[in-house]
Structures are given as C-alpha cells and as structure tokens.
Design a protein around this ligand. Structure first.
Ligand SMILES: C[S@@+](CC[C@H](N)C(=O)[O-])C[C@H]1O[C@@H](n2cnc3c(N)ncnc32)[C@H](O)[C@@H]1O
Length: 263
C-alpha cells in the first residue's frame, strides 16, 4: 500500500493488504459501541476489540505501539496478552461532559489503551512533557528530602522542561462548537478528535519518517497531525465524504507550509 494515502473501504478487509511488520504506530479511534451511527452498532465491543488487537499485532513492527480508544470497559475480560503488551490504560478525562446520571456515578472519561508489540521501541518523553505545577517552595523542600526509588536513597529531581503527562489526561479539552479546528457541528463528540490529543500520541510513540496507521481515519485528524510532524500516514475509512474532507484538510496544511517557506 502507498504511504500518505487513505483507502476507502472496510478496515476488516483492507487490513489484509497491509504488509506484516510495516507500521510503527496505530491510532485506533474506531467503534465505541455506544452511539447510533450505523458503524458503531457493535454487539460485543470487547470481542470486536480483541479481534482488532489480533489483526493489528501482525502489521505492527516489533516494539511498535497501538493506542485503542473506547469507553471505560472497552478491553474488559478479554485476553489480549497473546498478541500485545498492555503498558498503560490512559484516562482522557472530560470534566465538561454532561453528568446527568441518577442511579450511578456518571462516566466522564474515555479510555485509551496503550499497547506495544513487545517492549516499546519509541517513547519520546521529552517531546510530551507538561508543566510541573508545583510551587517553588514545595519544590525546594522536595529536592532536599531524600526519596527512595528501587531501595536507593536519592534526591527528588524536577525537570525544568516539565513532567511526564501521566495516565490521566485532563489537560486536553474536548472540541466544542467554538473550537477553531472543528470542521462541522455534526462531527462534534462522536467523530472529530482534538489535534492536541493525537499529537501527544504521535509525538510520544513515533519519530519523523515513521509510518503511522489510522484504521478508522474519520475526517483525518491523525493525517493532519502526521503532516505537521513529518510522519508518514496510511488511513482506512468507510465514508467517502470524510475522505474528501481529509484530503482538503491535508491540502490546506501543505499550502500553509509552502506559504511559510516563502515568507
Ligand atoms: C470516531 S470516528 C474517527 C474520527 C477520527 N479520529 C477523527 O478525528 O477524524 C470513527 C470512524 O471510523 C469509520 N469506520 C467505522 N467502522 C469502519 C470500518 N469497519 N472500516 C473503516 N472505517 C470505519 C467511521 O466512518 C468513522 O468515520
């Protein structure tokens, strides 16, 4: 398959055309099994996801990463261990989500399950550090007090470039009607993801020139981010209208790049 292309069709069929061990990173924002979209009507999302994990493990390079998006229970009670290693369950916390539950605590996060094929080959922490929100006084106190890591006494060290973003991502907001990057209102919530969210993943788990695969590419947020960050991209998408939107989106980024070269 060609790099920097989006193929129209069903991922479960197209995937057979993708070479084994050919992809560095998979950003998988597919069915959640909760909306009324026809493609989201999956009866058993866990079994569906287990199949994805299995077929994606073939195309990932050793050490490559898969980020699988879903609801809080999207990988419950399935055994993914023969295929991939689960490194972390990342919580994308959305405090602004309407909390109308009356019988139970309202769910206000998406789960992003971060897998790798064996040990991760890429984790660019320095590219994804976030501000360390610690008062100077507290920081100085911490740096004086010895902390114990692996049985060794050492000084707590703060990195001036910021800290690891951790596994609860509350700093990246969902898109709203007012977001500049929102392409159209119908895409809000169930389709278009914020570029910042995808950017963190692409920066952390790939390098320039790497191949990033998005099996449910929607309106092309991953493709747009890859263009900006100089990664190669392969995408699959059922909806031809979304593919047309993606191509226009990527074209605009190319034009902006050319324009900035001439400035
Ligand atoms: C949640 S959206 C992805 C949105 C994307 N992350 C973005 O920011 O634009 C899921 C997409 O997967 C597509 N899709 C669902 N099932 C599919 C399948 N079996 N094969 C290919 N595409 C599929 C849908 O048409 C939809 O655009």
């Amino acid at each position: 398959m060609e790099l920097n292309e989006i193929y129209q069709g069903d991922t479960l069929e197209l995937i057979n055309q993708l070479d084994s061990n050919s992809v560095d990173l998979i950003v998988c924002d597919g069915p959640y099994g909760v909306t009324t979209n026809h493609w989201d009507k999956v009866t058993d999302i866990q079994t569906y996801n287990l199949n994805l994990i299995k077929i994606f493990s073939r195309v990932l390079k050793p050490g490559g990463a898969l980020y699988l998006f879903g609801k809080d229970n999207c990988i419950d009670f399935i055994d993914y261990r023969p295929y991939l290693t689960l490194n972390r369950k990342i919580i994308w916390y959305q405090p602004s989500r309407l909390a109308q539950g009356r019988l139970n605590y309202t769910n206000n996060y998406d789960l992003i399950a971060y897998f790798t094929k064996g040990k991760a080959k890429t984790y660019n922490l320095d590219d994804i550090r976030v501000a360390q929100l610690v008062e100077l006084e507290h920081r100085l106190r911490c740096e004086k007090v010895p902390s114990v890591t692996n049985g060794q006494y050492g000084k707590t060290k703060f990195n001036d470039d910021g800290k690891n973003p951790g596994d609860v991502w509350g700093d990246i907001k969902q898109l709203t009607y007012k977001s500049k990057e929102l392409i159209s209102r119908e895409l809000l919530n169930t389709i278009q993801k914020p570029e910042k969210l995808i950017e963190r993943i692409v920066k952390a788990s790939s390098n320039e020139g790497d191949v990033v695969f998005d099996p449910f590419s929607g309106v092309g947020t991953t493709f747009a981010v890859c263009k900006k960050l100089k990664r190669n991209f392969i995408g699959f998408e059922l909806n031809p209208d979304y593919i047309a939107i993606t191509k226009e989106r990527v074209h605009q980024i190319e034009l902006e790049k050319e324009y900035s070269l001439f400035k």
